[in-house]
Design a protein around this ligand. Structure first.
Ligand SMILES: Cc1cc2nc3c(=O)[nH]c(=O)nc-3n(C[C@H](O)[C@H](O)[C@H](O)COP(=O)(O)O)c2cc1C
Length: 457
């Protein structure tokens, strides 16, 4: 059987993900797994559409497609995202339609769910027949049982193609809107004082809803914010995953990106991102900004600051994108101050939402308000903390030092208060009478600490 493997690693074949595909090639020699280095070759495709069409022909001739990619910042690498955008731009969706598809990734399982969901959504939008995905830890190939699981999964994919197995949909198609936002005169201005407010946008053309919403926000802030178009940043390409930055946060690229971040964005109190939905996420260009920010590894970028988003497009129909937005804000240590979209299709309401958003951003920044993190931030932090402490200790030396200095190695093993209390209580309930007494008192006693705060004057 002919399987087109769309390799999402910017490292090309010198990639962890590709080693899994090579393992399949070795174990399943009766099948032809054709590796296509999508992310690595993306600039070639953009410059020479013939090379892009060749890849599409490989897809067209295949019996099935494996979307094989490394996790990059909650999603796939910007280069892979760009390839996906080109499918629609070049109107070659037909090459994918009705083909069996599955997603395979390697990662440390940090938001692998959102990346897999995204690829699944894209496959469904392309009319592909989606089978089960497989999200491997980077090191699964070293473990017998996990290698077996991986082979089982690949075998099931091939079998689904042979058997013409039925497949279902996870998501409904997105219903686009064609509304043009016309901002009115702001009803109130928001004083920004000493706050540093930065808006980073993929503006599109000047008349786009994104550009209009950003301009309106800028008016509400009375010019008290700096607006940057992501196309004006000197970024020569997407993150290459080369890890040259891991020791000391020095990026391999010698373009203007790092200086831009350090000179323009560092020290921002309110960081606002803006852009239109392209397929089911922001544009590849905005994604490139987030990927390239990996020159700072796993260090949160705006601890205790505010973050907001302006989205042009059907965000309410995209819960996966919503999760990424919230997860991103939380993992950067920020408070997600708000999200404004143009979905209402009502310019007056959008004006009001932008004004409310501006007020809240400034109020939260001035009062230091930070909402508690949810599972996304709490869980994400624990993954990073554990990885940087052990497996990723090398090469991520800069991360390790930062985590140490900022007490981010907050392992529960060091929490003496709870450890000692638990030890005493566990000893106590070894006595059968005490065990029953504690059992009876547990509900009430759980509240003793709270009582103090709630009842004391
Ligand atoms: C820029 C960048 C971003 C990454 N983002 C994530 C992430 O969001 N979640 C995760 O689990 N791993 C993340 N990783 C780790 C890679 O997904 C992982 O190392 C993968 O196995 C690399 O595969 P490759 O060698 O095929 O490129 C990231 C790595 C890089 C370089």
């Amino acid at each position: 059987m002919k399987i087109a493997v769309l390799n999402g690693s910017p490292k090309g074949t010198v990639s962890v993900t590709v080693q899994y595909i090579r393992f399949l090639q070795k174990k399943l020699p009766d099948h032809d797994f054709k590796l296509l280095n999508i992310s690595h070759d993306i600039q070639k495709y953009e410059k020479n559409l013939e090379t892009f069409r060749k890849v599409i022909d490989d897809v067209r001739q295949a019996d099935g497609v494996i979307w094989a990619f490394p996790l990059y910042v909650f999603l796939v690498a910007s280069q892979y995202k760009r390839f996906i955008e080109m499918i629609w731009e070049q109107k070659v969706e037909d090459a994918f339609r009705d083909k069996y598809a599955c997603a395979f990734s390697t990662s440390v399982h940090f938001f692998d769910n959102t990346a897999h969901r995204y690829i699944r959504e894209i496959c469904e939008d392309l009319g592909m027949k989606c089978t089960e995905s497989f999200s491997a830890d980077m090191d699964d190939l070293f473990i017998d049982q996990r290698r077996e699981n991986f082979l089982k999964w690949a075998g099931d994919f091939l079998k689904a193609i042979t058997d013409k197995a039925p497949t279902g949909r996870f998501v409904a198609p997105v219903v686009p809107a064609h509304f043009i936002y016309k901002p009115g005169k702001p009803k109130r201005m928001v004083e920004t004082g000493d706050l540093k407010i930065s808006v980073l946008a993929d503006m599109g053309d000047k008349e786009s809803n994104t550009a209009q919403m950003v301009d309106q926000l800028s008016r509400i802030f009375n010019g008290g914010c700096r607006v940057y178009d992501v196309w004006d940043i000197d970024m020569r390409g997407g993150c290459l995953g080369c890890l040259q930055c891991a020791f000391d946060n020095k990026c391999f690229y010698k373009d203007g990106f790092v200086d831009f971040v350090k000179n323009e964005l560092d020290g921002t109190d309110i960081m606002i991102f803006a852009g239109a939905v392209k397929d089911r996420f922001f544009s590849a260009r905005l994604k490139m900004f987030w990927d390239r920010s990996f020159f700072r590894g796993h260090i949160p970028s705006h601890i205790d600051k505010q973050m907001g988003f302006i989205v042009s497009g059907p965000l309410a129909q995209l819960p996966n994108m919503q999760e990424i937005i919230q997860g991103y804000a939380e993992i950067q240590g920020t408070n997600l101050a708000g999200i404004v979209t143009d979905e209402s299709g009502d310019s007056v309401q959008i004006d009001a939402s932008l004004e409310d958003f501006a007020v809240r951003c400034v109020d939260y920044a001035q009062s230091g308000y930070i909402r508690p993190q949810t599972f996304l931030g709490v869980g994400g932090h624990k993954i990073f903390r554990d990885q940087i402490w052990s497996r990723l200790r090398f090469p991520f030396d800069a991360d390790f030092k930062f985590y140490l200095e900022h007490n981010l190695f907050d392992f529960p093993q060091n929490d003496k208060r709870y450890l000692e209390f638990s030890e005493q209580m566990i000893a106590m309930i070894q006595d059968p009478d005490m065990r029953e007494a504690v059992r009876k008192a547990i509900k009430k006693e759980m509240l003793s600490g709270y009582k103090k705060v709630v009842e004391e004057k």
